[in-house]
Design a protein around this ligand. Structure first.
Ligand code: XCC
Length: 639
C-alpha cells in the first residue's frame, strides 16, 4: 500500500489516528481506494460519457476537436442533462423509498398491526392532521393515523398530473406553490416522477437540455415531498426531537461495553434497537462487558437516534470503516444508503459482525438478518445477541479506541427552535428571530447539507465555511454528514458560539439559550437531523416567510453542500434551488461538459425559480459568495 499523509485525508483527529493504524496494518480504506482510482476519467467527470444505451459508451471531446455527438446523435448538452437528471431521480427514489417505508408502517399501525410501534408523539400527529386537513374532532387516534397514511400514500399513487403532491401543497408558502405550479414543477406523484425521469431519459426521448433540466427540478421536488413525509411521520412515531446533550467522534466507543453501531438511514429498526438495548444489558454484563451495551451512530440513522435518544455519533460517511479498526466494535447494523460495500472486508480482520437488514439490500460477506417490522423487537434482540456473542471473540490486545470525543447539543427540530424562541416571546415566538434578522444581529441563515467526499479533506470545508459565516453573523443550521462534521469538530456547543460567532449572532444565541434554560448560548451550529430532516429547515423557513408575507426566495437563506457526494445530495441541492435558495456545492457535479446545462443551473434558474447553484471548491470564496447572496436578499427586503 502507498503511504498517505493521513492528516491530509481528514481534519478529524480520530480519523487521522485510525488511518495511521490502517497504514500500519495494511488495511485499505476509502482514501486508499481513491488514490488507486487516480487519475479519474475526464470524460466522466465532465459528464461527457454517455452510457445510456448499448451502442455506447459514447464520449464527446471536451475540447471540441473529437466527436461532437454520440452514435444516436445526442449532443453534449443532452448527454450531460440526461445523466444529471437521472442522478437526481435516483436520489429522489432513495429518500422517498425511506418515506414510503414509514408511511406503510403508519398504515399498518392504523390497521391494528405492528405491535412493537405506537404513536409516541400525539401532539405532532394532531399537528400533521391540521396541516393535511384531516379531521380530528371526536375521532379515535387510529382513524386519524389511517387517514394520514392514506393521504401520504396518495403522494405515491395519484394519477392526476395537475394535482400536486399533498405534502408539498400543504407545506410550502402559497406563493411558492403558485409559482412552481405555474411552471409545472410541482410533482403529482413521487413514484411517477421518478419513472417519468427514467422514461424521458431513455434513448430516443427527451433531447432538449432545458426541458430535461426542468424535469430534473420537478423530480427533485418529489425528493422534498418524500423527505417531508418521512420526517414528519417519523416524529409522530418516534417523537419530535428536543435539545439533548450528546457526544461525537470515536471516543464515544467504550472498552468495557458491547459496542453496536447503527449505520444507514431509516429509524424503523435503529430506534427499536435503542429501546431493546436496555433490556439486554444484563446479558451483555454476563458476557463480560461490565459497561453493558453501547449504541453508537453512523451517518443519518445515527442522527435519527442522536436527535431522539441522545445516542452518541461515532462518525460520518467517509470514515464509516474506521470504527471497526478500533478493535472494539462488536457489530455494525446497516439498512439503506451510503453503506460502504467494503465493510465486511475490513470486519474480516477483526471480530466485528456486519449485519444487513433491509430486504432489498445485501452485501457479500455480511450476515443478513432480514428486518420485519411485525417482529421488530424480536429482530432487534437477535441482532443485539449476535453482538454480545461477538464480544467474546474480541481481542483485548487489539483494542485502540481514540481518546477524543466532543460534547454536542443536538435535537433542534423546527418545533424545538420555536419552543426556544417562545421562551423569549410566548405570544409571538417567531418575532425575536424576525426582529434580529431585521436589525442585522442575524444577517441571514445557512443550511449545511450533504456528505463527505475523498475529493475534499474530510470535514474541513464544513468547518471553514461555518466559522467564516458565523463570524459574519450568519445563523448556521446543519443536517446529515454535515452535522456529523460539526459535531465531531465541537461546533455544536455553547463554547463554540462564544468563540466563533460574530457579536450580533452571539448576543441572540446567548439570549435565547439562556431564556430556554440551556445554561448558555445556543450552539454555534444547530443540528436539525438527518438528510430527510432538511425538511425541518424548510418548515422553519416557510414559517418565517409566511410571517413576513414573502416567498422562500425572498429570505436571506442559503444552502451549502461543500463536500457533497451522493445522488441524494444532488436531489437535495436541486430542490433547494427550486424552492428559491442560492445553493453552494463544493464538489463539482458532472455538468461542466455542457455550457448550456451549467448556465441553466447556475444562472437561468435564478430568473425562473429564484434559486441557483454556486459551484466553488474553495471554501473561502464560497463563503464570500454565500454571504453576498445573503446581502442581495437583504437588499431585496429593504434591509
Ligand atoms: Fe449519505 Fe445521509 Fe450524504 Fe451522509 S449526508 S453521505 S447522503 S449519510 Ni445525507
Amino acid at each position: 500500500m502507498t503511504h498517505h499523509d493521513c492528516a491530509h485525508c481528514s481534519s478529524d483527529a480520530c480519523a487521522t489516528e485510525m488511518l495511521n493504524l490502517a497504514e500500519a496494518n495494511s488495511i485499505e480504506t476509502a482514501w486508499h481506494r481513491y488514490e488507486k482510482q487516480q487519475p479519474q476519467c475526464g470524460f466522466g467527470s465532465a459528464g461527457l460519457c454517455c452510457r445510456i444505451c448499448l451502442k455506447g459508451p459514447c464520449r464527446i471531446d471536451p475540447f471540441g476537436e473529437g466527436p461532437k455527438y454520440g452514435v444516436c446523435g445526442a449532443d453534449r448538452d443532452t448527454i450531460v442533462a440526461r445523466h444529471l437528471v437521472r442522478m437526481i431521480a435516483a436520489g429522489t427514489a432513495a429518500h422517498s423509498e425511506h418515506g414510503r417505508h414509514i408511511a406503510l408502517a403508519m398504515q399498518h399501525i392504523s390497521q391494528g398491526e405492528l405491535h412493537d410501534y405506537s404513536i409516541r408523539d400525539e401532539a405532532k400527529l394532531y399537528a400533521i392532521a391540521k396541516t393535511l386537513g384531516v379531521a380530528t374532532e371526536g375521532r379515535g387516534l387510529l382513524a386519524i393515523v389511517g387517514d394520514l397514511a392514506a393521504i401520504t400514500l396518495g403522494d405515491f399513487q395519484n394519477q392526476d398530473y395537475d394535482k400536486p403532491c399533498a405534502w408539498l401543497a400543504a407545506s410550502l408558502t402559497p406563493r411558492r406553490v403558485k409559482r412552481l405550479g405555474d411552471l409545472g414543477l410541482l410533482p403529482h406523484n413521487i413514484d411517477a416522477s421518478v419513472a417519468q425521469t427514467m422514461s424521458r431519459t431513455h434513448v430516443g426521448c427527451d433531447a432538449d437540455p432545458t426541458n430535461l433540466i426542468l424535469g430534473g427540478l420537478r423530480v427533485a421536488m418529489a425528493d422534498l415531498d418524500g423527505s417531508m413525509l418521512a420526517t414528519e411521520l417519523s416524529d409522530a412515531l418516534f417523537g419530535t426531537p428536543q435539545p439533548v446533550v450528546s457526544a461525537a467522534n470515536l471516543g464515544v466507543m467504550k472498552r468495557g461495553a458491547v459496542n453496536i453501531a447503527v449505520n444507514g438511514h431509516n429509524p424503523m429498526l435503529s430506534d427499536i434497537i435503542c429501546d431493546v438495548a436496555a433490556d439486554l444489558r444484563d446479558e451483555a454484563i454476563a458476557a463480560g462487558a461490565a459497561e453493558g451495551i453501547n449504541i453508537i451512530g453512523i451517518c443519518c440513522t445515527g442522527h435519527e437516534v442522536m436527535m431522539r435518544h441522545g445516542v452518541p455519533l461515532a462518525t460520518n460517511y467517509l470514515s464509516q470503516e474506521l470504527p471497526i479498526l478500533t478493535g472494539a466494535l462488536e457489530a455494525m447494523v446497516v439498512d439503506v444508503q451510503c453503506i460502504m460495500p467494503s465493510l465486511p472486508r475490513i470486519a474480516e480482520c477483526f471480530h466485528t459482525q456486519i449485519i444487513t437488514t433491509d430486504k432489498h439490500n445485501k452485501i457479500s460477506g455480511a450476515t443478513h438478518v432480514p428486518f420485519d417490522e411485525h417482529k421488530a423487537v424480536e429482530t432487534a434482540k437477535t441482532i443485539i445477541r449476535m453482538a454480545i456473542a461477538a464480544f467474546g471473540r474480541r481481542d483485548p490486545n487489539r483494542v485502540a479506541i481514540p481518546a477524543f470525543k466532543q460534547k454536542s447539543i443536538v435535537g433542534f427540530s423546527a418545533e424545538a427552535v420555536v419552543a426556544a424562541l417562545a421562551k423569549v416571546n410566548a405570544d409571538d415566538p417567531l418575532k425575536p428571530l424576525v426582529d434580529n434578522v431585521v436589525n442585522g444581529n442575524i444577517q441571514g441563515i445557512v443550511l449545511f447539507v450533504g456528505c463527505n467526499t475523498t475529493k475534499v479533506q474530510q470535514d474541513s470545508a464544513y468547518v471553514d465555511l461555518a466559522k467564516s459565516l458565523a463570524k459574519r453573523n450568519v445563523l448556521v443550521l446543519a443536517t446529515g454528514c454535515a452535522a456529523g462534521a460539526f459535531a465531531k469538530a465541537g461546533l455544536m456547543t455553547s463554547e463554540a458560539t462564544t468563540q466563533y460567532a460574530g457579536e450580533g449572532l452571539k448576543g441572540v444565541l446567548s439570549a435565547i439559550g439562556t431564556a430556554a434554560g440551556l445554561g448558555g448560548p445556543l450552539p454555534l451550529v444547530m443540528h436539525m437531523g438527518s438528510c430527510v430532516d432538511n425538511s425541518r429547515a424548510v418548515a422553519l423557513a416557510t414559517a418565517l416567510a409566511n410571517k413576513l408575507g414573502v416567498d422562500l426566495s425572498d429570505l436571506p437563506l442559503v444552502a451549502s453542500a461543500p463536500e457533497c457526494m451522493s445522488e441524494k445530495a444532488l436531489a437535495i441541492g436541486s430542490w433547494a434551488v427550486t424552492i428559491g435558495l442560492p445553493t453552494h456545492v463544493g464538489s463539482v457535479p458532472p455538468v461542466i461538459g455542457s455550457q448550456i446545462v451549467t448556465k441553466l443551473v447556475t444562472e437561468t434558474a435564478k430568473d425562473l425559480v429564484g434559486g441557483y447553484f454556486i459551484v466553488d471548491t474553495d471554501p473561502k470564496s464560497a463563503g464570500d459568495k454565500l454571504y453576498a447572496a445573503i446581502q442581495e436578499r437583504r437588499a431585496g427586503l429593504g434591509l
